[in-house]
Design a binder for this molecule. Structure first.
Ligand code: SF4
Length: 338
C-alpha cells in the first residue's frame, strides 16, 4: 500500500463523498496535506531531476477526472479505464518514466461512478461486441486501492456487463482488497514477475517474486482468470536457470487443475533512446544493459525505434520459454513471446 509523504487534494474532489472521506483520513495521518484550488499541482519540492523524481514518487494527488473521453489502448484492449495515473514503485525501466514529467506523482480519482458510467456508454456504442478496458495503462492501480476501492468497484461493475471486460496488471500484492469482489470471470488480473535478481536490482519499492506469486495464488483461488507477464526478460549469466526456477516456483504454487485459467506474456528487454536518457538522469548508477552496439535497432509499430536483443538471442529466448512453459504449464495459454 502506498503511504505518501504528501497528499494534494483538489478542492473539487471535496464535493464527492469519497473526496471528503479521504480528506478526513489524511488529516489523521502524519503527512503534509495541501488543498489545491485547481487541477494544477503545486507544493512538490525538488531542485535536481533526482530530487524531483523522489518527491514526485512520494506524492499522492486526489482529483476529479474531468475529461471523460477514454484513450484507446491497442492492441491489448479497446480503451483505457482511467482510475489511477502513476505508481509508487521505482522500477528503473518503467514505461511511465518518460510519460509523467519530472515529478511523477500518483493521481487517483474520486468520481469513480462517473468514470464507470462513461465505460457503460462505450460498451453500448459497440452494439453487442465485447469491449475490453485496461485499468493499468498509465499506472499500477493496486497500491492505492485501499484508499478508493476503485478496482473493487470496477470489477463488480464489469461482472454485470455481458459485453464488458476488464483487465489490469500489477507488481503489488495487496489483493485482499479485490479477492472478495464479485467478478463473474469478467476481470483478468495479471501479475508482472521476474527473477529475484532482476527485481532486487531494478524494481525498487516493489514486492519480491515470492510475494507476487503468493498474491497470484490467492487471486487464482478466488476463480479469477489470471495472467503472468514475465518482463522484461534479460539475458545474463545463468539467466536460463533463474527463469526456469521462477517458472518452477509458479508451478509448485498454482494447482494444476487451475492452469487453464492462466495465460503468459513474455517480453524481452528493449529500450528507446528517450527512455535510456531519462533512466540515466534519475538512476545515474544504473546497471541496466543499454549499450546500443550490443543490440539490434528496430522500428516499432508506433513509429519510434527500439534497441532489442538480436535475432539469435530472441530465438533462443522463444525456444527456452516455449519449452519450459510447455512442460510446466501445458494447459495454459502463451499469448506471445517477443
Ligand atoms: Fe512502473 Fe509498474 Fe514499476 Fe510501478 S510497478 S514503477 S508502474 S513498472
Amino acid at each position: 500500500m502506498f503511504k505518501p509523504k504528501r497528499v494534494l487534494i483538489e478542492k473539487d474532489a471535496l464535493n464527492y463523498p469519497l473526496g471528503e472521506r479521504l480528506y478526513k483520513q489524511f488529516q489523521n495521518m502524519d503527512i503534509e496535506l495541501i488543498i489545491l484550488e485547481t487541477t494544477r499541482t503545486k507544493g512538490i519540492p525538488g531542485t535536481t531531476k533526482i530530487e524531483k523524481y523522489g518527491h514526485g514518487k512520494n506524492t499522492l494527488v486526489v482529483g476529479v477526472k474531468k475529461s471523460l473521453t477514454f484513450q484507446t489502448c491497442k492492441p491489448s484492449a479497446h480503451y483505457q479505464l482511467p482510475l489511477v495515473t502513476g505508481c509508487m514503485g521505482q522500477c528503473e525501466y518503467c514505461y511511465l518514466n518518460t510519460q509523467l514529467g519530472d515529478k511523477p506523482y500518483t493521481r487517483m480519482y474520486v468520481n469513480i461512478d462517473e468514470i464507470l458510467g462513461k465505460a457503460k456508454k462505450y460498451i453500448n456504442e459497440r452494439n453487442g461486441e465485447i469491449t475490453i478496458f485496461e485499468g493499468a495503462a498509465t499506472s499500477d492501480p493496486l497500491p492505492v486501492e485501499p484508499y478508493t476501492h476503485a478496482l473493487n468497484k470496477a470489477i463488480e461493475f464489469f461482472a454485470k456487463e455481458e459485453q464488458g471486460r476488464f483487465r489490469f496488471v500489477t507488481k503489488f500484492t495487496n489483493v485482499e482488497d479485490i479477492i472478495n469482489a464479485k467478478h463473474n470471470g469478467h476481470t483478468t488480473v495479471r501479475f508482472s514477475i521476474n527473477t529475484d535478481k532482476v527485481i532486487k536490482r531494478y524494481e525498487h519499492r516493489t514486492p519480491n517474486a515470492r510475494s507476487r506469486i503468493e498474491a497470484a495464488y490467492k487471486v487464482l483461488e478466488a476463480d479469477y482468470p489470471i495472467g503472468f507477464i514475465i518482463a522484461p526478460v534479460f539475458i545474463y549469466d545463468r539467466w536460463k536457470n533463474e527463469y526456469r526456477m521462477l517458472i518452477k516456483d509458479l508451478n509448485n504454487k498454482l494447482a494444476v487443475d487451475k492452469h487453464k485459467n492462466i495465460s503468459f506474456e513474455i517480453i524481452s528487454h528493449r529500450y528507446t533512446t528517450k527512455a535510456k536518457n531519462r533512466i540515466t538522469e534519475i538512476f545515474p548508477e544504473t546497471t541496466l544493459p543499454m549499450t546500443d552496439e550490443e543490440r539490434t535497432f528496430k522500428y516499432g509499430q508506433f513509429g519510434y525505434g527500439k534497441y532489442v536483443y538480436n535475432k539469435e538471442q530472441l530465438l533462443e529466448m522463444k525456444d527456452f520459454f516455449n519449452e519450459q512453459l510447455g512442460s510446466y504449464f501445458s494447459h495454459s495459454e502463451i499469448k506471445y513471446i517477443i
